[in-house]
Design a protein around this ligand. Structure first.
Ligand code: BDR
Ligand code: CA
Length: 309
C-alpha cells in the first residue's frame, strides 16, 4: 500500500480530494498538512478537521498545520469560488471535533519522508509553500521522496486567476520555483490543461446517493455549480485537486510527457505563469512529468465508486 502525505488549503475541491484518498482504501494516508491558500491557514485546518469528522477518520490521520502565508507575497484568498468558509457553506454550523496535531508541516514532511525513505508520495493541492520550506530546511529530502504530484499551473491554455496564471502558482510562485528546481526525481504537474476536463455534474452528484457524503458533496458544490454556470454555461465543478489525488492512486488516468517547466516571478503581467519548454528551446533537462491528457470517465468511475464504498 502506498504511503501518501496530502498537503491542502482546504477549499471545496481539496475536501473532495481528501475524501477520495480516504475512501479509496488504496493508500495509507500518513498525514494531512495544511497551508494558507483558498482560505486562511486556520480555516483550511478547521475545514480539514471537519472533513475527517465527516469520515470518522479524525483519530487515524494527523492534521499538521503549515505556513500561514506565502514565502514573500501577501495572502490572496479565493472566497469568490469556495465561499467565506471555504467549503461552500456546507459544514459552516457543524462543530469540529478533530484537533490538529502538534508540529509544523514542513518539519512533519521532512521527518516522515526521511523515516520512510523511498516510500512516501507527496500530493500537493494548494500553494507549494510547505514543500518549499521543507526543501530549504532539509535539501536531502529530495532524494528520499518517492514522488511529488502537485495540482498547479497550466501549460497549453489560459489561467484561472490572471490570463496566464493558475491559482496555486499565482499565490506563491517563489515557492513553486524552489520546488521546480529542487531536483525531485519524480515531479508531476497536474494542471488546468487536464483538471478542467474533469467536470463533476449533477448526474455524478445524484449518483453518490442520499448518504452523509452524498449530501455533503451536493451542499458543498451547489454555489460553485452556479458560479461555474455564469462563466461557462454549464453547471459543473472542476475536479482539480481530486484529480491530483487520483493520479497518485492510478497513473493510467493521465498521459504525461517529461518536459522542462519554469515559473515566472518577476513580471507585471505574468507572475505565476508556468512556462513549459515544449520544443526544448532553453536546452534544459526535463524537470517534471506534465499531464497533457486525461480519461475523465475513468476518473469518475473511480471517484464515485470510492465515495459510495
Ligand atoms: C486550484 O485553486 C484552488 O482554488 C483549488 O482548490 C485548486 O487547488 C485550482 O486552480
Ligand atoms: Ca486547493
Amino acid at each position: 500500500e502506498q504511503k501518501i502525505i496530502l498537503d491542502v488549503d482546504t477549499g471545496i475541491d481539496d475536501a473532495l480530494g481528501i475524501i477520495l484518498a480516504i475512501k479509496s482504501g488504496q493508500c495509507e494516508l500518513i498525514g494531512i498538512t495544511t497551508v494558507n491558500g483558498n482560505v486562511s491557514l486556520g480555516k483550511a485546518t478547521e475545514n480539514t478537521c471537519k472533513i475527517l469528522d465527516l469520515l470518522q477518520a479524525g483519530d487515524k490521520i494527523p492534521v499538521v498545520r503549515g505556513a500561514s502565508q506565502p514565502l514573500l507575497r501577501p495572502q490572496f484568498f479565493e472566497h469568490r469560488i469556495h465561499g467565506e468558509d471555504g467549503l461552500g457553506g456546507a459544514l459552516r454550523d457543524v462543530q469540529v471535533h478533530t484537533q490538529p496535531a502538534v508540529g509544523f508541516a514542513p518539519d512533519f514532511i521532512c521527518e516522515q519522508v526521511l523515516a520512510q525513505s523511498g516510500q512516501v508520495t507527496l500530493v500537493m493541492t494548494g500553494p507549494l509553500t510547505n514543500l518549499a520550506l521543507a526543501v530549504k530546511k532539509c535539501p536531502e529530502l529530495v532524494q528520499h521522496v518517492k514522488e511529488v504530484i502537485f495540482m498547479g499551473g497550466v501549460v497549453t491554455e489560459y489561467g484561472n486567476v490572471t490570463p496566464v496564471a493558475e491559482y496555486n502558482m499565482y499565490v506563491d510562485p517563489e515557492a513553486a520555483k524552489v520546488v521546480f528546481h529542487a531536483g525531485f526525481p519524480q515531479l508531476t504537474l497536474v494542471g488546468l490543461d487536464v483538471t478542467r476536463r474533469v467536470l463533476l455534474n449533477e448526474e455524478h452528484i445524484a449518483a453518490l446517493g442520499d448518504t452523509p457524503i452524498g449530501r455533503y458533496v451536493k451542499q458543498s458544490t451547489s454555489d460553485y455549480l452556479d458560479r461555474y454556470f455564469e462563466r461557462n454555461g454549464i453547471r459543473a465543478c472542476a475536479m482539480h485537486d481530486p484529480l491530483a489525488v487520483a493520479v497518485a492512486l492510478d497513473r493510467s488516468l493521465v498521459q504525461t510527457k517529461k518536459l522542462y517547466v519554469d515559473i515566472e516571478t518577476k513580471s507585471e503581467l505574468c507572475d505565476g505563469q508556468t512556462v513549459c519548454d515544449f520544443q526544448n528551446r532553453l536546452k534544459k533537462e526535463p524537470n517534471m512529468n506534465v499531464c497533457l491528457d486525461v480519461d475523465a470517465d475513468a476518473f469518475f468511475a473511480r471517484f464515485i465508486g470510492a465515495l459510495k464504498a
